[in-house]
Design a protein around this ligand. Structure first.
Ligand code: PNS
Length: 158
């Protein structure tokens, strides 16, 4: 059985992330959305909250599940027996950021990275912008699933 790992902070998960996971699922039997925490970053949601929100979003999607990943994603991918890490690209800037990481992950444990082009209609979505828009009272309902929009609004008090 082939397994793919989709890693990220998912603070919180967006429609863009889900699109990439669904596309990964067309190529792999099982897709694990692996939620990590970078000590240098500050998050709106705790890792448990990010896990809960993402799990709700994929509950009806066969073969896609969410887990928390501590440590290096290259180790995590190896430990779960993943054939590849799958990353979504929204454009060239994403690729520039991802290239070194993909090569380092391969260097670390031999895991390959597969890049997927997401739906161009979702290419403007980024968790950081969604949170910023919400903090100014802007509309986020088209950018994130309904449960996520509710959770963000609670956090920003809107
Ligand atoms: O969503 P993000 O914050 O851009 O995710 C970044 C990523 C994928 C690096 C992070 O979620 C992660 O997996 N961190 C674990 C540490 C790690 O493996 N870093 C990459 C070293 S090459």
């Amino acid at each position: 059985m082939s397994i793919a790992v989709c890693p990220g902070s998912f603070d919180p998960i967006t429609k863009g992330h889900i699109d990439v996971a669904i596309r990964a699922r067309t190529m792999f039997d099982e897709v694990i959305i692996a939620i990590s925490t970078n000590a240098k970053k500050s998050y709106m949601f705790s890792v448990e909250e990010r896990l809960e929100l993402a799990s709700e979003c994929v509950a009806d999607l066969d073969g896609i599940r969410v887990e928390i990943s501590d440590g290096l994603i290259a180790d995590y991918a190896k430990n779960v027996g993943a054939s590849a890490i799958v990353k979504g690209l929204r454009g060239a800037a994403d690729y520039d950021g991802e290239q070194a990481m993909a090569l380092l992950n391969r260097h670390l444990t031999g895991v390959e990275t597969v890049f997927v082009l997401g739906d161009p209609n979702l290419s403007h979505i980024a968790s950081s912008f969604v949170k910023e828009i919400a903090s100014y009272g802007g509309k986020i309902e088209d950018l994130v699933p309904a449960n996520v929009a509710v959770a963000i609004r609670k956090k920003v008090g809107a």
